[in-house]
Ligand binder design. Sequence first.
Ligand code: B12
Length: 293
Amino acid sequence: MAHTATEQTVSPKQVARAIGVSESSVKRWCDKGAIATVRTGGGHRRIALAAVLAFLRENKHELLHPDILGLPATSGSIGWVVERAKERFEQTLLDGNEAGCFHVLLDQYLAGRTVSEIGDQIVAQAFHSIGAKWACGAIDVYHERRGCELCIGALVQMRSLLPPPGQNAPVAIGATITGDQYAIPGLLVDLVLRENGWQSTWLGGNLPIASLIEAVRQNTPAMIWLSLSHIAEEEEFLTDYRDLHMALPKKTAIIVGGRAITESIRREMRYFAHCDHLEHLAEVATRLRENIE
Ligand code: B12
């Protein structure tokens, strides 16, 4: 299945100016392999934006002029503890501050936090808090809806900044099922799998299980995953789920998660792994990939 990350590239000169070092230093890092580099037909070095970010995260280089790389100015939140970043993220969502919410995610990523940490500790926590505020009438419905849209946009932007998977990376496909309108957990799972070396594709929300079975048939993934935030009809879901499980090739592992999986539903399901949160998923996905490769 095609990987959707856009592979924007920049020159060593741009990188040098963005982080405040000489161009020759950047070229040296490229030639030593510290920054993944491609050569143009004319022999010039080009660097994928994702490779620049990976280098900055590993080497703790400060991004002084993000605009030179086409990135937004940082929000100054790189050094923030998680709790403060979560509060800021929540505030940007409630204020309808589109650029601000992406800044917080980008800064936390540049500070070296993994996508699973950002998802569990910042995004999910901000939405739990927004849900509680909505429940007690402290915010309006539109604050929540607009916040969801902004978050979805920011996560899609984050996706384009992750390094593309290796050519032999195992394939994972996932979905949320009919009647489930939640997008944020599905997008996050997709990002976490990509970050941990999978060629993951989220097929989207509200997908009939019969169609997921067809996608498995056509793509023979090593993993399929389901993010279950809302199960409308328990019995119907379990019947469909059994069909899915039976249709899977022996080598396809199924991973499930999401707030709708109650203890009683879980007892009726068979799966390779059930994860409560994304950091757990990151660990399971890495071990599974290592066993396959
Ligand atoms: C945003 C939101 C919506 C939006 C979603 C918009 C969108 N485009 O995504 C909309 C408006 C659609 C919505 C609708 C409803 N909602 Co709502 N919603 C929320 C809210 C505020 C945030 C949900 C969210 O995205 N959280 C962020 C994610 C990342 O966090 P998470 O779900 O906890 O996921 C974590 C784990 O579960 C895990 N995980 C999740 N999936 C997976 C998958 C895998 C494979 C793995 C490994 C891990 C994993 O990792 C995540 C990160 O840690 C919550 C409040 C809350 N407390 O969460 C209410 C909430 C979930 N909603 C609720 C309700 C009742 C509803 C409705 C039934 C309301 C109604 N009467 O219509 C509908 C049902 C919609 C449907 N049919 O799907 C209740 C659920 C109560 C309950 N006990 O079940 C909540 C808790 C609000 C409340 N306090 O009452 N909702």
